[in-house]
Design a protein around this ligand. Structure first.
Ligand code: ADP
Length: 176
């Protein structure tokens, strides 16, 4: 059974097998957590992302999908890049956001990762309301974590995100 944990912190510092990146479809870097991962992980990550653009993802990584690269100089072994959906008031994109987590965990399982750190995908530049994003994220991870995964660690950047995730987590009930 996978232990779901929540911490407040910086995902680039996590000593886990894989960290998930809230990337964008271009895979070529952005701001927020993506910028931090590339800055601290060094150029090797971007090189692999460029190679993926030149081969499997010529049109970019579709929202809701995930793909792994090296973690470069980060303490993790792999970065699993997923492209979140931009929040929309007019269109329900919840399933695409859930798919980011499902696909990231599927890739983690394929890699044999036992510990994974995850950010709050789409809650920064992509403006997804935190409580709704937390409900989708926690539900998807609870339902989709592969048996081989010992820990899925949400790393929330700041007190507000941490507080909201913690409250939603309590509300969902911690049991599996
Ligand atoms: P998106 O484009 O998917 O919204 P962002 O990177 O803008 O991605 O934001 C996603 C979440 O990641 C936000 O909650 C943001 O506060 C958080 N974040 C930013 N930097 C870090 C970091 N170093 N570690 C963990 N989370 C981070």
């Amino acid at each position: 059974m996978t232990n779901i944990t929540l911490i407040m912190g910086d995902i680039t510092e996590q000593k886990v097998d894989a960290i998930v990146n809230a990337a964008n479809s271009s895979l070529l870097g952005g701001g927020g957590v993506d910028g931090a991962i590339h800055r601290r992980g060094g150029p090797e990550i971007l090189e692999e992302c460029r190679a993926l653009r030149a081969t499997r993802y010529g049109k970019g990584l579709p929202a809701g999908q995930a793909v792994a690269t090296t973690a470069g100089r980060l303490p993790a072994r792999w970065v699993i890049h997923t492209a979140g959906p931009v929040w929309s008031a007019g269109e329900d994109r919840s399933d695409t956001l859930a798919s980011c987590y499902r696909e990231a965990l599927r890739v983690a399982g394929e890699l044999g990762a036992r510990t994974v750190a995850l950010p709050a995908v789409s809650t920064g530049v992509y403006r997804w309301p935190l409580a709704d994003a937390a409900r989708i994220a926690l539900t998807a991870v609870r339902e989709a974590a592969p048996k081989s995964l010992a820990e899925a660690r949400f790393v929330l950047f700041g007190e507000e995100a941490y507080g909201v995730f913690e409250e939603v987590f309590q509300g969902l009930g911690k049991g599996n």
